[in-house]
Design a protein around this ligand. Structure first.
Ligand code: ADP
Length: 600
C-alpha cells in the first residue's frame, strides 16, 4: 500500500481516514467516507482500484471535471478513462476497446451514462472491482446539489449483485448521511467521518465599510496568488470586476447572466492559470479543482453556514495555508430575506440566515463555530487561525451596560401608535446629534438622548448591528425599524450579556497587517521564492503544452518543496513531495534544468 502511494503519487503518508477507508475497501467492506474538501477523497478509492483485480467504476456528476481527473491519473501513469457525451464517437469506441482489453483500472462515467443499456452491457461483460459514488450528497434531497439522476443509483445492487459500492462526499449533515446509506442500500458499511475543520484556512470576518478599498487591501496581501471574490448579486459582480480591473487587479467576472460561452471561457482561463482572480456569484465553484486557491473573499454575507463553509472550502485544497475574508453588512441580511420570500422553505432559510448573521456579528472562534454547526466537537481551545483567536478583535469592557443603554433607547424612542425608528436614527439619538428629524420628533428631550455622547457614531452603529445579529434586536417592516426581542428583554433585566467587539482603529489595523505579513513570510520559510516563481512559470508552460490544468502537473506544495530542496539529480528529484515514478520520468528534466539554470 505504501509502495503504491510512493510509486504513483509520490506521497509518503496517508491523511486522516484514508488508510482506514482503503483497508475497508480491500477487505470487501462497503464504505461511506466523509472528508472535507481537500481531504483527499480521490486517493481513498484510486489506490485500492490499483491494488484490486478488475476495473473500478466511478460515478461522478460533472463531465467537466472528469477529463481533468482522468488526465491527472494518466499523468501519474495510471490506466484511467472516462465515457461521456463530450467525447466523439471514435473516442468512445477507443475507450470501449481499452475496457474490453482489460486496459482500464478506473473508469469515470456520469450517472445518466450508467443507466443506458449499452453501458450496462459493457460493464456486465467487464470484470469490475467496485463502484464509487463521488459527490454522493447529490443523491439526497437534503443535500445542496440534489440530482435526479443520482436517485437511480440504488439499482446498482440489482444490476451488479456482489459488487461493492463506496460513497464519498464532503457534506456532513446527518440527514444526508442517512439518505446516502438508505438509497445505496448499504449493508454493514464502514462509515468514516472526518472533522469538517480545515485547519489550513484562516478566517476573518469584518463589517463592510467601503468595499473596493477593503478588497484592494486584501489583494495587495495576495499579489500573484489565486483567489475568488464572491458577491451577492450579478450587478455587484460586474461593478466590482470592472473597478478592480481599472485599478490594475486583473480579474474575470462569472455569473449566471453571462452567456454559457463567456462563463465557460472565464472559468477555463481561471483553471488554466491565465488569470488569477475571479469575481463571481455563488454560481461559480462547482467543478473548480484548482488546488492553489490561496484566498476566498466574500464581499457580502453568504446565506448559510453550509454555503460559507463550502465556498471558503475552495481555498487551499493543497492543504497549504490559505485565507478567507468576509465583509458583511446588515443590508445583506435583508437581500437574502427578500430572495427567500419566494421559497417554500422560507422558515428554514430564515433560521439559517439568522445563524449566519450571528456568526458574523458575534466574536468567537470561527473554526469552533463551523465544527459545532455540523454537530462535531472542537477540541482545541484556540485555533490560531481566525480573527478572534489571533486577538485581532478587541472586545468592549462593559458589554452589558452598553447593550442596556441601546436597548433602553430602542424601547423608549417611539412615536404614534408605538412605532419604532431605524438604526441610523437611534444611533444619532444615543450620540446626541440634534438632527432636523430628531428635533422634529422632540427626541432631544428623551432621557436616552446623548447617553453615548462619548462614542463615535460608527462605534454605536457597529454595536447596534451586533445586537441585531445576536438576536437582541430585530429589524421590522418596510422601514427597517428596530424592535426588542424576548432575548433583548433578558438583556435589559441583566440575565444575559452580549458579546460586543470594538471596531478596528487605524493603529490596530497596522499592527494586524504587519503580523499577517510576517505570517505570510512564514508560509514561505525555507523556500526560495524567486525559484518558486520560475518553477511556476515552467509548470504553466508545460500545462499549456499538454493541454491540462497546471495543478495536474504539480501542486504548489511540490513546487515549494522543489524550491527549498533544489534537486539537481533525478535521484534527488524523486524525493520531492508528489513525485511518483511516472512524473519523475516525464517532468524531472524540465524542472531540474530550471533549477540548474537558476543556480548559475
Ligand atoms: P477532495 O476530493 O477530498 O476534495 P482531493 O482528492 O482532490 O480532495 O485531494 C486534495 C489534494 O490532496 C490533492 O492534491 C491530493 O493529491 C492531495 N493528497 C491526497 N492524499 C494525500 C496524501 N496522503 N498526502 C499528500 N497529499 C495528498
Amino acid at each position: 500500500m505504501f509502495a503504491c502511494l510512493k510509486r504513483y503519487w509520490g506521497y509518503t503518508q496517508f491523511r486522516p481516514w484514508q488508510e482506514d477507508t482503503i483497508l475497508a475497501i480491500l477487505d470487501e467492506r462497503e464504505t461511506l467516507t466523509i472528508l472535507p474538501t481537500g481531504g483527499g477523497k480521490s486517493l481513498c478509492f484510486q489506490l485500492p482500484a490499483l491494488l484490486k483485480e478488475g476495473m473500478a467504476v466511478v460515478i461522478s456528476p460533472l463531465i467537466s471535471l472528469m477529463k481533468d481527473q482522468v488526465d491527472g491519473l494518466k499523468d501519474m501513469g495510471i490506466l484511467a478513462e472516462c465515457l461521456n457525451s463530450s467525447q466523439t464517437a471514435s473516442q468512445q469506441r477507443e475507450v470501449i476497446k481499452h475496457i474490453r482489453d482489460n486496459q482500464v483500472k478506473l473508469l469515470y462515467i456520469s450517472p445518466e451514462r450508467l443507466q443506458t443499456e449499452e453501458t450496462m452491457e459493457l460493464l456486465r461483460s467487464a470484470s469490475l472491482s467496485f463502484f464509487v459514488i463521488d459527490e454522493a450528497h447529490c443523491i439526497s434531497h437534503w443535500g445542496h446539489d440534489f440530482r435526479d439522476e443520482y436517485r437511480q443509483l440504488g439499482t446498482i445492487k440489482d444490476n451488479f449483485p456482489g459488487i461493492n459500492i463506496h460513497a464519498f462526499t464532503a457534506t456532513a449533515t446527518k440527514e444526508v448521511q442517512e439518505d446516502i446509506l438508505a438509497q445505496l442500500r448499504f449493508v454493514h458499511p464502514r462509515i468514516n467521518i472526518a472533522s469538517v475543520d480545515r485547519p489550513n484556512l484562516a478566517y476573518r470576518v469584518m463589517p463592510r465599510q467601503s468595499i473596493i478599498p477593503q478588497l484592494t487591501e486584501v489583494l495587495e496581501k495576495h499579489a500573484k496568488e489565486a483567489g475568488i471574490i464572491y458577491c451577492l448579486r450579478r450587478k455587484d459582480v460586474d461593478d466590482i470586476s470592472k473597478k478592480l480591473n481599472k485599478l490594475g487587479y486583473k480579474n474575470l467576472p462569472y455569473h449566471a447572466g453571462l452567456t454559457d460561452e463567456e462563463r465557460h471561457v472565464n472559468q477555463e482561463r481561471f483553471i488554466r492559470e491565465e488569470v488569477n482572480i475571479i469575481v463571481a456569484t455563488v454560481a461559480f465553484g462547482m467543478g473548480i479543482d484548482r488546488s492553489d486557491i490561496r484566498f476566498v473573499i466574500h464581499a457580502a454575507m453568504p446565506k448559510s453556514i453550509e454555503h460559507y463553509h463550502q465556498e471558503t472550502g475552495r481555498a487551499g485544497r493543497d492543504s497549504l495555508p490559505s485565507y478567507c475574508y468576509m465583509f458583511y453588512g446588515g443590508g445583506d441580511f435583508r437581500v437574502w430575506e427578500f430572495f427567500s420570500k419566494k421559497s417554500a422553505n422560507y422558515q428554514v432559510m430564515m433560521d439559517k440566515l439568522r445563524i449566519m448573521y450571528n456568526f458574523c456579528t458575534q466574536p468567537q472562534c470561527r473554526h469552533k463555530v463551523f465544527v459545532n454547526y455540523f454537530n462535531q466537537e472542537y477540541q482545541q481551545t484556540s485555533c490560531q487561525a481566525c480573527d478572534y483567536c489571533l486577538g485581532e478583535v478587541d472586545m468592549v469592557d462593559d458589554p452589558l451596560e452598553l447593550g442596556q443603554k441601546i436597548l433602553n433607547c430602542v424601547s423608549s424612542v417611539r412615536y404614534g401608535d408605538d412605532q419604532g425608528f431605524g438604526a441610523g436614527y437611534l444611533a444619532n439619538v444615543l450620540k446626541g446629534n440634534s438632527t432636523d428629524q430628531i428635533t422634529r420628533w422632540g427626541h432631544q428631550h428623551n432621557p436616552n438622548f446623548a447617553v453615548m455622547s462619548g462614542q463615535t457614531l460608527i462605534f454605536i452603529r457597529y454595536l447596534i448591528e451586533q445586537l441585531i445579529g445576536q438576536g437582541f434586536l430585530e429589524r421590522q417592516g418596510e422601514y427597517d425599524t428596530l424592535a426588542m426581542t424576548d432575548l433583548g428583554q433578558k438583556l435589559l433585566n441583566g440575565k444575559v450579556t452580549p458579546i460586543l467587539a470594538k471596531p478596528l482603529v487605524a493603529e490596530k489595523k497596522k499592527a494586524i497587517t504587519a503580523r499577517q505579513k510576517a505570517k505570510k513570510a512564514q508560509d514561505f520559510a525555507g523556500v526560495d521564492e524567486e525559484l518558486f516563481e520560475l518553477l511556476r512559470a515552467k509548470r504553466s508552460e508545460l500545462a499549456r503544452k499538454h493541454g491540462v490544468p497546471a495543478y495536474i502537473i504539480f501542486g504548489d506544495k511540490s513546487l515549494k518543496d522543489m524550491a527549498s530542496r533544489k534537486p539537481t539529480t533525478r535521484l534527488a528529484f524523486s524525493e520531492v513531495f508528489g513525485v511518483g515514478d511516472h512524473k519523475l520520468k516525464i517532468y524531472a528534466d524540465h524542472f531540474i534544468s530550471v533549477i540548474k539554470q537558476y543556480g548559475k
